[in-house]
Design a protein around this ligand. Structure first.
Ligand code: 2AM
Length: 176
């Protein structure tokens, strides 16, 4: 059995926002759009780590605990479709600096610990559908939910009984 775990740092969405997002999604997209992401799995990835050994995980957990990130709010007012990766997403037209800084610090620590980081610019988003490879009629706007980020977390991605599930391993507060 492998001791490696598939990990990523992310921001979660409050349960109320998760519900609002999936209700809006159900009203605004046809069922054949793609595979809908479960309400409890909606998140914004800050840094994807890939398969990580226990040793590396411990090092990254230590580093995460020392990050002095600041609280921020962001408005989920953007929407798009990446046909290449088959993702329909919502995001923010103006990502706050505190979010960009937090992601940048996490991604650079990840890279220093040997976790390959994409060379694509960081584009904070919540994936709504996966396997959306065919053209999608994108609604003109989202309701513009506000997300108040007061913490960030380390998640494990688990594939069980044909489904991906995210398990929160640890959470760190963001400061004022
Ligand atoms: P996505 O939502 O845009 O697909 C867990 O897999 C999370 O890490 C997902 O939110 C996924 O982003 C993100 N992620 C970023 N890079 C990834 C990669 N190379 N493989 C899998 N997931 C990745």
């Amino acid at each position: 059995m492998s001791a490696e775990r598939r990990l990523f740092f992310a921001l979660s969405l409050p349960a109320k926002t998760q519900k609002q997002v999936i209700n809006w999604r159900a009203d605004n997209f046809p069922a054949e759009t793609g595979r809908p992401v479960a309400a409890a799995s909606l998140h914004i990835t800050l840094a994807f780590l890939g398969e990580v050994s226990a040793l590396k995980e411990a090092a990254l957990t230590r580093v995460a605990g020392r990050i002095q990130g600041k609280k921020f709010s962001l408005i989920l007012d953007d929407i798009g479709h990446w046909p290449g990766s088959g993702v329909v997403w919502i995001g923010s037209r103006r990502a706050p600096n505190a979010l960009l800084q937090l992601a940048s610090v996490l991604r650079s620590h990840a890279a220093r610990n040997g976790c390959h980081q994409s060379t694509l610019p960081f584009h904070p988003h919540v994936s709504l559908y996966r396997n959306a490879t065919r053209p999608v009629a994108i609604p003109p706007a989202t309701p513009g939910w506000q997300l108040d980020a007061t913490e960030f977390s380390l998640y494990e991605s688990l594939f069980e009984r044909g489904r991906t599930r995210y398990h929160c391993l640890q959470t760190w507060p963001l400061g004022d």
